[in-house]
Structures are given as structure tokens and as C-alpha cells.
Design a protein around this ligand. Sequence first.
Ligand code: GAR
Length: 216
Amino acid sequence: MRQGLSDENDTGKERKGGVNIAVFASGRGTNFAAIIRAVKSGKIKAGLALLVCDNPRARAIARAKKAGIKVALVKREDFTAKKEFEAVIIRELKQNKIDLIVLAGFMRLLSGEFVRRYKGRIMNIHPSLLPAFKGTEGIKDAFDYGVKVTGVTVHFVDEKLDHGPIILQAAVAVNRNEALACLEEKIHRIEHKLYPQAIKLFVTGKLKIKGRKVVA
Ligand code: GAR
């Protein structure tokens, strides 16, 4: 296993013998930022080698550049077929010797073929207690439903949306008269802790998938 990072610019470099991570993001990239911090501080001893982004306006791109992480901007609209779009991503993953794919607000469904290729090596974070409130509006859907407890889930990705084996979950109480914006803030704060924890478990070889269950 690789040793901790010695300086800030180290983050984007490929390292021999350890886990190389690619983060996929489409938007703000606050989870990506939390992962950058965890790698830079040495909490996660891995290489953060690549950001794969499908949106040229995503804030995640500026975050990657600031941290010295390589960006692969691959726009879906530049390809007729999903297969061609994913082929370009796969080429980037191979070139950068990626071991773990971390989806952090990547708002695109990966094909079954792609998911099978990287089986057990793709993680996702979702802002609800799965299997409740899947989809793109997990926080708002739970809020509108009137739940008293919601939360955050980190899971391995399988061929169905927000469905694969669960790695970690954390519950968040919805307080009386709480505004949606306040709940969103609480959920994001939890996400920024939970995702680095899950990645660390993977990087240190602590996660075993047994059917639907992940044993840590
Ligand atoms: C996060 O809240 C993440 O859980 C959610 O997108 C947000 C991305 O925020 N993902 C999903 O809803 C996946 N179904 P970020 O760009 O600031 O990290």
C-alpha cells in the first residue's frame, strides 16, 4: 500500500502499488472537494488521479484544476451512442490505471456493460436512506413525503438505479418546521464525512461483497 501524501500537489499523481481513484461528477462537486481534502490530509492513502465530468459548466472542474487533478471532460451530446461515450471514458480509466470509480453527483446512468466491467469497483452516494427515495431528488422527495428520519447511503453500483449493496448509511432527523434548505445542508454535511469513510474502507481492503451485503 502506498504511504500518505507529503504535499498538496501530490494528489493528482499516479502512485505505484496503491489504489488509484477516479471521481465522476456533473455539478457542484462538494463531495469531490471532501474527497480531495481527505486524500490531501492523508486520511485516505490513495491517488486521486482523474475527474471524469460530463458537464463543461460543472464547478467540479475548477476544483480539480486547483488540486492539480487531471480532468476528462466527456460530453454525452458529442456521441450518438452511449457505448461510444462510455468507450472514451473507459480509455481514460485505463490510461490513468484507475482501480476505483467514485460517483459523486454524476447525474447519468452507466450502462450494464460498463457496470459489469467494473463490478465491485464503482461506488455511489445518494442523499436518502435507500431503498427509499431513489432518483435525482432524494432529499426533496423525502421531505415532501413527510418522513421524520432520512439520511445518506454509500453503496456499490449495480445495473439498477440507486440499488447496489450498501456500504455505509447514516440517519438524519427531520425536525419539526425545518425548511428544506436546512435539511439539505445537514445531509450534505453528513455526505462529506461518510463518503471519505467508505472510500477509506475500500482502499484499506476492508470491504467484502457477499450477495446484497457488504461486510466491513
Ligand atoms: C449529492 O447530494 C449526492 O448525494 C447526489 O448529488 C449531490 C451532488 O452534490 N447524488 C444523487 O442524487 C445520486 N442519485 P455535489 O456535486 O455537491 O457533490
